[in-house]
Structure formats: structure tokens, C-alpha cells
Write a protein that binds this ligand. Structure first.
Ligand SMILES: Nc1ncnc2c1ncn2[C@@H]1O[C@H](COP(=O)(O)OP(=O)(O)O)[C@@H](O)[C@H]1O
Ligand SMILES: [Mg+2]
Length: 248
């Protein structure tokens, strides 16, 4: 069987911080349409790896290839334009803007190229996009509410709505279920599955139930390297993974 051409690939991707190799010569491949989970203990290098993929952190060496094109030197905003969109561990919404305006900012960024014009946030093309993504994440009822006054779980949904407004082909999420209540985790899982019909999803996730439910393949990192990759079942029974998790 011919290997599928990866949508996104890293080649010997490395990042050092001082003497520390946070990510060490990682060859990682993502196939179009999948939901991939990256797991691993704290400090394994997961955030650093996806930050390099998104362009938030520069690699020390190695390459990142997206749809066959070397994007290693592209800044994050240029990658967003190619469809590589991320939401990060720390929630970052504009607290004083309304839910609508937060998503409109993202939609406007996608639809227009010019400088920010707050009036343009209320244009018709933007409105259609904003309403669609607010429906998708279930925040339509909170349209006029200032983002800062949303409960935490809803801020997370807002952040995902902002990412969706950018029409990602690859959506990268760093611990999206962190801090969510059990019911919210389940709802987020269902949302990610819907998103995955249109986009490839790459998520760092600690909640093993979410990982097992969502992803067909799991990548395990430890000390800057990929130590295992496979189906959730293979990963659960992998002795090396058990060793890392049990700290043996
Ligand atoms: N900006 C930074 N400066 C120095 N060290 C960092 C920085 N970012 C991450 N590290 C270190 O790199 C390693 C990997 O971190 P990280 O990628 O955040 O791991 P994970 O997301 O798997 O918990 C850790 O040892 C962390 O302390
Ligand atoms: Mg992290």
C-alpha cells in the first residue's frame, strides 16, 4: 500500500532553549482529515513542537513542510493564511469586546487584508461568517455579551469560534479541555468531531478518554522525542508508554 502523502510534515525539527533540547530531531507527519492527539508528560516538548508548526516559535534546525511546500521561514500570520490555525493553552480573547466582535475580528482578518476598522466588523460578509461559527460552537445566544463575562468553558468555545472563522485546514489545539467541567468536555469532543469533517485536527490532550474517543492515531512524546505512535489501543498497551506514564 502506498504511503499517504502527508498534509504536514516536520523533518528533524529541533528547538533548544539554552542547553535544553525541548524538541529533538522530530519527524512528524499529519495526514489530511485525521484527528491526531499528541500526549506525553509535562515538559515533553508538545507545546514547543506545535508552536513551531504554527510559527509561534522558530526552530533551531530542521524543516516544516505543508502541502509539499517548505514553510519553515513563514511567520505565523502567513501560515494562518495557508490554513494553519491555532488556539493555545492560555485563553486569549479580547475581554472588552463582545462575543460577536471577537469572532468578527477573526473573520475580518480572513476576509480583508486592510488595517483594522471596527465599523467593518459589522459588515454583511463578516456577519454571515460570524453567525455560522457561533451557531457551530453553540454561542449564538451570547452574541452581545462581553467576552470577559463569559464563563471559562464558554471563553474556550469562543476561542475555537475565532479559530473557525479563519477557516482552518489544520486546526491546532493545545489542551482544549483543560479546566472544563465533564459535560463541557463531552460537548467539546462532539464539536471537534464535527470540525474534523472539514479540517485536520491536531490536539495536545491530557484527558485520555478524550484522546481515545477522538483520535485514530496518537503520538506520544517524551523528552523532546516521539517515543511511540499508533492507534489508541496500541498506545495503551505499549510498554515504553506505560513506563513513561508510570515513571518506572
Ligand atoms: N520559552 C522557553 N524558555 C525556556 N525553556 C522552555 C521554554 N518553553 C519551553 N521550555 C522548556 O522546554 C521543555 C518542553 O516544554 P513544552 O514544550 O512546554 O512541554 P509540554 O508542552 O510537553 O509540557 C520544558 O523543559 C520547558 O521547561
Ligand atoms: Mg504544553
Amino acid at each position: 500500500m502506498a504511503a499517504l502523502t502527508p498534509l504536514l510534515e516536520t523533518v528533524a525539527l529541533t528547538r533548544t532553549f539554552g542547553g535544553l533540547r525541548a524538541v529533538s530531531a522530530v519527524d512528524f507527519r499529519l495526514t489530511q482529515g485525521e484527528i491526531r492527539a499528541i500526549i506525553g508528560p509535562n515538559g515533553a516538548g508538545k507545546t514547543t513542537l506545535v508552536s513551531m508548526i504554527c510559527g509561534r516559535i522558530r526552530p533551531s534546525s530542521g524543516r516544516i513542510v505543508f502541502r509539499g511546500r517548505d514553510i519553515t521561514g513563514l511567520p505565523a500570520h502567513a501560515r494562518v493564511r495557508l490554513g494553519i490555525v491555532y488556539t493555545f493553552q492560555v485563553i486569549s480573547v479580547f475581554g472588552r469586546l463582545s462575543v460577536y466582535e471577537n469572532v468578527a475580528l477573526a473573520a475580518q482578518r480572513r476576509l480583508m487584508r486592510g488595517p483594522l476598522d471596527r465599523r467593518a466588523l459589522h459588515g454583511r460578509a463578516v456577519a454571515a461568517r460570524v453567525e455560522a461559527v457561533l451557531d457551530e460552537v453553540g454561542l449564538r445566544v451570547a452574541t452581545g455579551v462581553p467576552a470577559a463575562s463569559l464563563p471559562y468553558g464558554h471563553q474556550r468555545l469562543l476561542e475555537i469560534a475565532m479559530a473557525l472563522a479563519l477557516q482552518p485546514s489544520v486546526l491546532v489545539l493545545d489542551e482544549p479541555t483543560q479546566g472544563l467541567a465533564a459535560g463541557e468536555v463531552a460537548a467539546l469532543g462532539a464539536l471537534l468531531r464535527r470540525i474534523a469533517r472539514e479540517a485536520t485536527v491536531l490536539l495536545i490532550e491530557h484527558n485520555m478518554q478524550v484522546v481515545l474517543d477522538l483520535s485514530r492515531r496518537v503520538t506520544v512524546m517524551d523528552r523532546g522525542r516521539i517515543i511511540a505512535e499508533g492507534t489508541p489501543r496500541e498506545i495503551e498497551t505499549n510498554p515504553e508508554v506505560q513506563r513513561v506514564y508510570l515513571g518506572l
